[in-house]
Design a protein around this ligand. Sequence first.
Ligand SMILES: CC(C)(COP(=O)(O)OP(=O)(O)OC[C@H]1O[C@@H](n2cnc3c(N)ncnc32)[C@H](O)[C@@H]1OP(=O)(O)O)[C@@H](O)C(=O)NCCC(=O)NCCS
Length: 532
Amino acid sequence: MTQESKDEGATGLPASEEQSTTVTNKGASASAFQTATKSVEKGKSSKTVKSDDGDDAKKPANLTPDQFNRLLSLNPALKKEVESMEPAKVQDMMKTLSLADVLAGASVSAKNKKDMASYKFWQTQPVPSFDEAKSIIEDGPMQEADIDKVPKEPRQMYPGFEWVVMDLTNSDELNEVYELLSNHYVEDDEAMFRFNYSPSFLTWALKAPGWRKDWHIGVRASKSRKLVAFISAIPVELRVRKNLLKSSEVNFLCVHKKLRDKRLTPVLIAEITRRCNLVGVFQAIYTAGVLLPTPVSTCRYFHRSLNWEKLYEVGFSPLPPGSTKQRQILKFKLPTTTATHGLRPMTKKDVPAVLDLLKRYLERFALAQVFTKEEVEHWLLHDPKRIPEQVVWSYVVEDPSTHKISDFFSFYRLESAALASKKHQMVRAAYLFYYATETAFSSPHDKGALKKRLNELVKDAMILAKKENFDVLNALTLLDNPLFLEEQKFGAGDGQLHFYLYNYRAAPIPGGMNAKNQPDEKHMGGVGIVML
Ligand SMILES: CC(C)(COP(=O)(O)OP(=O)(O)OC[C@H]1O[C@@H](n2cnc3c(N)ncnc32)[C@H](O)[C@@H]1OP(=O)(O)O)[C@@H](O)C(=O)NCCC(=O)NCCS
């Protein structure tokens, strides 16, 4: 869920209509350190901010206490550091912290060792420290895989609680997971929006090809049987540069609000790790808005209004100073019909052609999933027999004479509950998913042509998403997205999505942004995986 700012960005920069910033859920954390500002984790709510120029990024940002608190909510380690500091020192830090530090969500401490020490759990895990990550030259596992050393039983759960496996083929249990997440998953700091992963979405996300029931882990209160925590994984084959990794994708970590700050998260993470290890999976990929040791890449969320008026009414989009509602509506107006010849919904018979195109397209990126035919079918085609409510929409471009598939694109639906709105219950957000185009392979390579083609395709994606009644289209700076974000009037988010690898040391991978935190064509070719 994302949100546009009506005042200033989470980073504290002034608002601007032209260059807007939005924060995205699963971005920063709305964790214990609550502030008066809006921000949603894992994608966070978003705010419009004026883009900085490069030199300014290095100057002290002179943060207000509120802005500083907001930064701390993005960075638990920094928060802990600050809590143990003298107030005068904190004041100094607020004055001297540079914008680049703020935007990167980085610690102000020059000594990353201290940072690492405050990650009581993560410092015990096979993940690179901040210091180490700076000097990684060769990619590779951090710990030897030894299946015989994997504990056969889970770590003991806290008294009064017990481990359970959630059976997502059972609609009651699926609904319990839905209930837990819809009440306790990622929300903005002001609790205005909260992700609403529908039961259909969870079925789609958690029953992907190869899924394992025992990777859907719950914690129940022994007496009431209430589900109070959840963590999950699905199997994926990852490619990190040239290396193929049999991995898991960990997602939907959630702890009931009443059980926060009790160190349940490390126990959940250890248990999902153990269950992956038991079947010979020793690497994982996961994303978070909070800064943990140590991201392999960082992307930024962008948001394109499709229904500006509703976004304004729910408090998601601001009315920029000097603008009018009418002008805003006009700014985001779209044609009613798509323009690409041969564009049509993808069907099952397109799967082999889409797989071939997608595979070649993703080879252009350093970090990507290696898709199978079954996975392409699962992730891109809506199957009403398995998944009652449509979650994913995919379209192909077919040449009318040769019948070859030259392009495809897709988006998925993820609503957020508009908790503070009397008029609207949900913000219907579409998230740009995978896409590919033959234009990327023109010889000689023609970046201008690729840019033109992607702009055409994404514009059509917006038109189709609007037709499906979506209010906003969200996208990160991954894939080739920096080629169209600005031109298609996406507003930049002030939250980031960090990508992490577990038990795998990898040199940094570009996230489509430059040092100024702006989308940059020169920093593409890194992240080619889209995580839900
Ligand atoms: C994220 C969440 C599970 C953390 O729970 P919590 O009660 O705040 O934290 P706990 O006391 O259980 O555990 C703290 C440890 O978990 C780590 N942690 C916090 N959020 C994390 C995340 N998203 N991913 C991995 N580790 C995380 C902390 O860094 C800390 O470890 P450290 O000592 O090494 O720094 C909880 O806040 C929550 O359910 N939030 C809403 C949903 C959400 O944000 N999910 C994560 C989406 S990426």
